[in-house]
Design a protein around this ligand. Sequence first.
Ligand code: FMN
Length: 424
Amino acid sequence: MTTPPSALAHQRSIYLAGVAGKRPPVPLDADGLERAAEKRLSAEAFAYIAGGAGAGRTVAANRRDFDRWRIVPRMLNDVSEADLSVRLFGMDLPAPLFLAPLGVMELAHRDSDLAVGRAAAGHGVPLILSNQASRPMEEVAKAMGDAPRWFQLYWSREEELVKSLVARAEACGCSAIVVTLDTKMLGWRVRDLDLAYLPFLRGKGIAQYTSDPVFQRLVEEMPADPDAPRPRVNFNSLSTLWQMLTAHPGSPLDNLKSGRAQKAVKLFTGIYTNPTLNWEHIARLRGYTSLPILLKGVLHPEEAARAVDEGVDGLIVSNHGGRQVDGAISTIAALPAIAGAVKGRIPLILDSGVRSGADMIKALALGASAVAIGRPYAYGLALAGEEGVSEVIRALLSDFELNLRLAGGTRPSDIDASWLVPAP
Ligand SMILES: Cc1cc2nc3c(=O)[nH]c(=O)nc-3n(C[C@H](O)[C@H](O)[C@H](O)COP(=O)(O)O)c2cc1C
């Protein structure tokens, strides 16, 4: 129970700091936050984080479709106290909020996943550790202490690697495995293609692999390839090589001599996605772990219903922030049919386009148990490291709390379909 309400205290502290001429460290407005991060980041980093697939129609729809619903506030309820906490997957959480898995956060800040992990832990908001993180999961877990965390898995072509990643996640205190389904291959990401920039080719975002014993063994076993095409030697190719050598564990000179860093990137590009991924893999995963299993990227109600039948423990209704299928249905539009198919048998978490407390209310009213955010916390990270991520979380929770109370509720469980009407 928050007494006095934390959102009001937060709001007051911002206005009081303003009396002394101090502005918040990161903009509170979602578009302002993105614009501020754009100024801070390199063109390549910003394109990678902000970009979507194709013409960006799904990125836009993820935001726009929240406006297809309006909240209908109730006035004569006592809202003097609020309690945002929820119990989900055996965890007591401060609010129905998760941090979605984001790869390659070294593009935003050198402290990358460590800063994100500390900020999440500071709020008790669970972080879903990315398969494409910039730091090994064990390091981030250590930085998070006992705070809640899950691990997000990309199903590799190397099944032994899948088993190893899952075992490591269990060992470092991740309490669920999230299998991302929507990235059997990379989407057609025009902004990255225009810049001819893919961070993985520079050895970025592959720390879960280079820290993995199975992956390391596979690298050692790789034969030398004398016929491999050699890029022209110029400033850019040398800079790329340097990035690769420094991103890899160990000294850059040793990495150059052994060829290990280049081999790791090559192996990674060959095995990191698995286009054959299907229900049999999910059934096999049951044999690899006793942790709850969630599927991320389900958008079709038939697949949602099947997931329940297959014994999956939860779904993340996601279109990867519009980065995979251009023209795909927005998640807020997909949610009602998925909730209808699942019928409350397993929890649903919604991500893609969540930017405000109002968005959270709409997602919960349409059947989600919680939401997750992606880009906003990457922008907070870019602007102010751990503090920036923390501020983004705090602002969203304050916005959620105030909107909830002003609309006549005091706890997330008060929110239901009667809170919304379709926009005129
Ligand atoms: C820069 C970036 C990296 C991402 N990396 C991953 C990843 O490694 N694994 C994954 O499952 N999803 C990844 N996603 C998708 C997010 O988990 C999430 O679905 C999406 O960002 C939510 O949309 P939002 O950014 O509009 O909040 C990534 C998204 C972005 C923007």
